[in-house]
Design a protein around this ligand. Structure first.
Ligand code: NAD
Length: 252
C-alpha cells in the first residue's frame, strides 16, 4: 500500500512505555505497521510479554518511576538495535479521590508515574538521541492537562498531565537546535481499562459523553496515528506542540 514517504518509520527503532495494553498497545501496533522496530516497556511482564508476542515486537520489563530501571531499558534498546529514534512515554495511572482527603501516598504515586516517569524517560531518550544527532519523543498528555474533568475528582492526575504538556515544551526548547523533537498527544476519553470504572458508573458515563461533542469515546486505534505523525518526518517542523485528540471535548 502506498504511503507518503515522510510518514514511513522504516529503519527506525522505537520504545513505548505502557505498551502492554490500551492506548500504548495501539501505538506499538501503529509504529510497527509504519515500519519501525518496536520495544514494549511496561511494569506488567505477563500482559506485556503476551502483547509483544502477539504483535511480533520485543518486551522489556521496567517501572518508569525507577530511573535506574528506565536507563537500563534504554541501554537494552541501544545494545540490541544499535540506536533509539522514537520514544513514546505513555505509561500512566489514574486515581479518583476527593482532594480534601487525598493521602500523601496517593498524590505521590500519581505524580511519580505520570510526571516523574515521563521525565525519567525523556532524559534517558534525550541524552541518547542528542549523542546520536537526532530523534523524536512523544509524551502522552491528556485533555486533563488543559481542563479539569467532571464529575470525577482527580486533581493529582490533572496536575501531572498539565506538567507533562509543559515539560514537553521545556525540553523541546532545550533540544530543538540539536535534532531532538519533543511533542505530546493529548487524548480525550478512550475506551481502555483506565476508563472502565468511569464507564461503568452511570453518572460519570453520562457526563463524559454529554461533554464530548462526538458523543462517544475513542478507540485506542484512533489515538495511535497522531503519535505516528509526530514520531515521523512528516512532523519535522513540529516541536513542543500538543496534539489534542478528544472528539471535541475541549472546545466547550
Ligand atoms: P491502561 O491502564 O490501559 O494502560 C496503561 C499501561 O501502563 C499498562 O500496560 C500498565 O501496566 C502500564 N504502567 C502503569 N504504571 C506503569 C509504570 N510505573 N511503569 C511502566 N508501565 C506502567 O491505560 P490507557 O488508557 O491505555 O492509558 C495510557 C496513557 O494514556 C496514560 O498516560 C493515560 O493517562 C493516558 N490517557 C488515557 C486516556 C483514556 O481515556 N484512557 C485519556 C487521556 C490520556
Amino acid at each position: 500500500t502506498p504511503t507518503l514517504p515522510v510518514f514511513s518509520l522504516a529503519g527506525r527503532t522505537a520504545i513505548v512505555t505502557g505498551g502492554a495494553q490500551g492506548i500504548g498497545e495501539a501505538i506499538v501496533a501503529a509504529l510497527r505497521d509504519s515500519g519501525a522496530r518496536v520495544f514494549i516497556c511496561d511494569i506488567n511482564p505477563d500482559v506485556g510479554k503476551a502483547t509483544a508476542e502477539r504483535l511480533g515486537v520485543d518486551f522489556i520489563a521496567a517501572d518508569v518511576t525507577d530511573s535506574a530501571a528506565v536507563e537500563a531499558a534504554f541501554d537494552h534498546v541501544v545494545a540490541t538495535a544499535g540506536r533509539i529514534d522514537i520514544a513514546v512515554n505513555n505509561a500512566g495511572i489514574v486515581h479518583n479521590h476527593p482532594s480534601e482527603s487525598l493521602t500523601d501516598h496517593d498524590w505521590r504515586k500519581v505524580l511519580a508515574v505520570n510526571l516523574d516517569g515521563v521525565f525519567h524517560c525523556c532524559r534517558a531518550a534525550g541524552s541518547r538521541m542528542l549523542a546520536q544527532g537526532g530523534g523524536s519523543i512523544v509524551n502522552t498528555g491528556s485533555m486533563s492537562g488543559h481542563i479539569s474533568n467532571f464529575p470525577q475528582p482527580q486533581a493529582a492526575y490533572n496536575a501531572a498531565k498539565a506538567g507533562v504538556i509543559h515539560l514537553t515544551k521545556s525540553l523541546a526548547g532545550e533540544w530543538a537546535g540539536r535534532g531532538v523533537r519533543v511533542n505530546s498527544v493529548s487524548p480525550g476519553y478512550v475506551g481502555t481499562e483506565l476508563t472502565q470504572r468511569g464507564m461503568d458508573n452511570e453518572e460519570w458515563r453520562r457526563a463524559w459523553l454529554a461533554g464530548t461533542p462526538m458523543k462517544r469515546v475513542a478507540t485506542p486505534a484512533e489515538i495511535a496515528p497522531a503519535v505516528v505523525f509526530l514520531a515521523s518526518d512528516a512532523a519535522s517542523f513540529c516541536t513542543g506542540t500538543d496534539l489534542v485528540v478528544d472528539g471535541g471535548y475541549t472546545i466547550w
